[in-house]
Design a binder for this molecule. Structure first.
Ligand code: ADP
Ligand code: ADP
Length: 220
């Protein structure tokens, strides 16, 4: 059974822009699905609807989990870390918002940092980190509640190519270790071919999914 199903989903914003029309999409447990398409075609809107950050205008969106805030982790292109908090503080934030003490959260924070290879920089501040490391902190923050579903909105688009290649490889490893289902938005054909088990293509005509491609060829 699908983790999330969108059936004939449409989204129209208050300003009259129709961002999505008749979108049918299933997110299946364990997959790494990429949403591939040019800017403005509605990729981010799909993620925001799945995360409950925005409401659908028509159709049906069915989630197989109740507590959306706990089940869904979100990674944005801009890592938006708290500059006054350490790496630990930033990753602890979702647990703090759920009322957990620093002490009882320490293990979960360490495990999340371990997953992104940052166990050694807990006490550093965001300004001391490279763009790639800040992105890793933001991924750890999204993983700290052990989400069923990780939504990533062009997470590596602002990074240099070397960091980006590295993070792509790390993401594949992290997916195996965390067992999370991932939906990854990109406009890079390379990235979608490299990362995903399935690709949903959004075409030039905005708001629609024009093709779904199974991408289960073995990697070396
Ligand atoms: P993508 O992620 O593929 O670049 P988006 O989902 O961000 O595309 O945007 C799809 C369309 O919806 C665009 O035309 C965009 O300008 C419009 N849009 C996105 N968010 C809003 C909003 N809050 N209000 C009005 N229009 C929006
Ligand atoms: P980017 O161009 O990816 O943002 P930076 O130029 O910020 O990278 O950082 C490059 C390298 O220098 C990174 O490995 C980062 O960890 C390290 N670095 C940056 N600032 C400091 C600092 N204040 N102290 C120690 N290392 C730093």
């Amino acid at each position: 059974r699908a983790l999330v199903s969108l059936r004939g989903v449409g989204k129209r914003f208050a300003n009259g822009v129709t961002a999505l029309e008749g979108v049918d999409l299933e997110i299946r447990g364990g997959e790494l699905l990429t949403l591939l398409g040019p800017s403005g075609c509605g990729k981010s809107t799909i993620l925001r609807l799945i995360a409950g950050l925005d409401a659908i205008s028509s159709g049906q969106l069915i989630r197989r989990f109740e507590d959306v805030a706990a089940a869904v982790g979100f990674v944005f292109q801009d890592p938006t870390l708290m500059p006054w908090g350490s790496v630990f503080d930033n990753v602890y934030l979702p647990l703090r918002l759920r009322g957990q003490s620093r002490r009882s959260a320490a293990l979960a924070v360490s495990e999340a940092l371990e997953l992104v290879g940052l166990a050694d920089v807990k006490t550093a501040y965001p300004r001391e980190l490279s763009g790639g490391m800040r992105m890793r902190v933001s991924i750890a923050r999204a993983l700290v509640l052990r989400p069923l579903l990780l939504l990533m909105d062009e997470p590596f688009a602002a990074l240099d190519e070397i960091s980006r290649f590295q993070l792509n490889d790390e993401l594949l490893r992290l997916k195996e270790e965390s067992g999370a289902t991932i939906v990854f938005v990109t406009h890079s054909i390379y990235e979608s071919a490299y990362l995903s088990t399935r690709i949903a293509v959004m075409g030039r005509k905005p708001g629609r999914i024009t093709a779904e491609i199974a991408n289960d060829a073995p990697r070396d």
